[in-house]
Ligand binder design. Structure first.
Ligand code: 13P
Length: 339
């Protein structure tokens, strides 16, 4: 493989016990929703200020090993004039980039979704790499009900993820492979486990077929949960159901499983991660995070778009990062939320 040593060095920088990934790669539409919740205008300047605030949080690199950025952030600078990705590097946080172009309906397969963005991907990856991105992220999304996703949908999505991951490794970019089985709905936890298992099996079958080197990728999956509209599960139940599926489907060659938060509250996401690490001390992979909302939500609330709140927002971010760090070691306790 042409870029083997580069890929190995990126994986080593990204995967380390007790550190996780901050997902700050919301598309322009998604960040507009997050800003609306705090009455902040979704202007390019506000997005720059927000992402500058995140990467400039002093001490963040102790708990965060990598940050996923959205395309426009690669051209944006923090107030000192440094590029956002340089500010990340200054804290030993590896910068990477979301490269998919979002979901659309899978034609002739009602209810199934498919992610776009493969056309011209290799050229785009070369460009992002020259701007300093060392890894990429691509997300496929699966809605759940009694019938969905269809077997055909599962296969089509797996194929996309594998083609993306192969294109990344061919360009010396570490792929984060994100198949997200949504938690929305009234399904029970067994149904979510069944779908997640089928999705993971298909994804790894496709990754093998496309010759993706499993040691040089990161898996970013959902946890196994009952539907959000059905009930909330305790961390031990989530951890047991999640580990059962991943032990059956994720090869030991994969260095790290970095969960998405998917709409879980910040404390719930941390408590679930803690239970996962407590129950899986012997697991072959690291169990870490690639949280977006569960890391950023409390900081966004503290910020409210005001310069005088930047320090408070950074404290809120650092607190969530530290508590998740403790959860990666299985040492989190709910009382720590009050410190
Ligand atoms: P959440 O943790 O908010 O689900 O975001 C993670 C992510 O990157 C989704 O693609």
């Amino acid at each position: 493989m042409q870029y083997l040593s580069e890929l190995e060095s990126t994986i080593n920088d990204m995967v380390s016990k007790g550190r996780g990934i901050l997902a700050a790669d919301e598309s322009t539409g998604t960040i507009a929703k997050r800003f609306k919740s705090i009455d902040v205008e979704a202007s390019e300047e506000n997005r720059r200020i927000w992402r500058s605030l995140l990467v400039s949080t002093e001490g963040l690199g102790e708990y965060i090993s990598a940050i996923i950025l959205f395309e426009e952030s690669l051209n944006q600078k923090i107030d000192s004039g440094e590029l956002i990705q340089q500010a990340a590097w200054a804290q030993k946080i590896v910068p990477g980039i979301k490269v998919d172009k979002g979901t659309t309906a899978l034609a002739l397969s009602p209810g199934d979704l498919i992610t776009q963005g493969l056309d011209g991907l290799s050229e785009r990856l070369q460009g992002y790499k020259s701007q300093g991105a060392r890894f990429a992220k691509w997300r496929e999304v699966y809605a759940v009900d009694q019938h969905l996703p269809s077997q055909h949908g599962i296969q089509a999505n797996a194929e996309m993820l594998a083609r993306y991951a192969a294109a990344c490794q061919a360009e010396g970019i570490v792929p984060i492979v994100e198949p997200e089985v949504l938690m929305d709905g009234t399904h029970d936890i067994e149904r979510h486990a069944e779908v997640t298992q089928a999705v993971q099996l298909a994804v790894f079958e496709a990754l093998h077929r496309h010759k993706v080197v499993l040691e040089l990728m990161i898996l970013k999956p959902n946890m196994v949960l009952p539907g959000k509209e059905l009930r909330r599960a305790e961390p031990d139940e989530v951890a047991a159901a999640t580990l059962r599926v991943f032990r059956r489907t994720v090869p030991a060659a994969v260095p790290s499983i970095n969960f998405l938060s998917g709409g879980l509250g910040p404390e719930e996401a941390t408590a679930n991660l803690n239970a996962l690490n407590q129950q899986a001390a012997d697991a072959p992979w690291k169990l870490s995070i690639s949280y977006g909302r569960a890391l950023q939500q409390t900081a966004l609330q503290a910020w409210h778009g005001k310069a005088e709140n930047v320090a408070a927002a950074q404290q809120a971010l650092l607190k969530r990062a530290r508590l998740n760090h403790l959860a990666m070691l299985g040492n989190y306790q709910a009382q720590l939320e009050n410190d």
